[in-house]
Design a protein. Sequence first.
Lengths: 223, 223
Amino acid sequence: MPAQTSHNPPPVTPDPGPDALRADARENRERILRAAREAYALHGIDVPISAIARRAGVGVATLYRRFPTRTSLITEAFTEQLAECAGALDEALEDPDPWRGFCTVLRKVCAMQAADRGFTHAFLARFPGDTAYAGERDRAEEGLALLVRRAKEAGALRPDFDVSDVVLTLLANNGVANGAGPEAAAASRRLVGYLLESFRAGPATGPLPPPAGLELDRLGGTG
Amino acid sequence: MPAQTSHNPPPVTPDPGPDALRADARENRERILRAAREAYALHGIDVPISAIARRAGVGVATLYRRFPTRTSLITEAFTEQLAECAGALDEALEDPDPWRGFCTVLRKVCAMQAADRGFTHAFLARFPGDTAYAGERDRAEEGLALLVRRAKEAGALRPDFDVSDVVLTLLANNGVANGAGPEAAAASRRLVGYLLESFRAGPATGPLPPPAGLELDRLGGTG
DNA sequence: CGGTAAACGGACGACCCCCTCCATTTAGCC
DNA sequence: GGCTAAATGGAGGGGGTCGTCCGTTTACCG
């Protein structure tokens, strides 16, 4: 990334923003996002750009002008769902029972993963140089850490649980979501059921293999 | 597949078999398989055929003549590892402690998954029309079912464990193996640690979401 | 040593996806 | 209604993989 010339008050939005667009352009922008969400949910994040354009009823050029990079499209397409995740975390933090909050947020995010094949990738993908998610993600990590600490202090979450185990859960769930086909939802629920039982503090168990130190921003679809 | 003309004593081996080959051809065949295993382990199952050929030091045509379909190459390349899995299961069945056997086989297979990016795909991929694995797989399913039953009867495995939960475990582990990059091995160990704790029979826990009824032959890399 | 069939490998056409360019259409304003 | 800049869409060059064809090389046998 070339250095910027010292000053630029609005951080040079690569996306002009939906508001500054002409009416027909804004309409098309929405159609593209809708089509992208549908396509991603159905076929995963690898659908050709041209397929999304076709589904949206626009030309490829239109799509490319609005979303110059694949990442920018994905970012926009999943903003809503990511906000939903953030909301779930906020709710969990407000729950007087941190363990219940912990369970709820994990169940919810995993269910979303299982329902939408593209969501996982959007969720786990790192967006190099893209600051749109960075703040959101940092906030999520903080909130998660807080929730985990509280749940431990309440004696409900096992003490050797590591925050990175949340990522572990998401990755595992991703594997199930991608591999289990039509049974993905049921399989995901069952996996999360097993894991939550294991995460719950209980009578002393043997030592666990050490945490893998996974971080949200070090992960990608295929490593 | 066109109907066959009623009789063909040797079931028309698409692979002439390593033995009937000329010396140089057999040599090349081995080189191809070695290269395929390396490439799959490093880059997953999607490496271009040409890359494997190059790595093996042969032309594409040679590879294609020996292994007409991608599947046939994968099948051959992972035969050894699959045999190792089968061996692990056999050992587990011989273990006087079925729970220990169960843990060992799950740990071993998951470790293999984590170590070799291609192995999972080979392991889970369905091979339509390919009978090479069918017998092996049926035997594995039987053995697994037996192991699970014994472990339950020994009171070590929770009664509501379902055989399909083994597949669930493999899918989850696959997600971790594919997504955790360099930490895949550690992350996989930790996941399996959590799951095995959960699988272990213990003080009554709440009801689990129902099993997803996953079967080995209904799974594929991306469903 | 010589002949033959097996084996080889590179080149090639078909296909798909990415992304840009440009001639044409259209919305919004006077 | 007419003008202008924004917006559009499809064609096309570039890159990559697949799988086959065919002229050349090589192992094996007599």
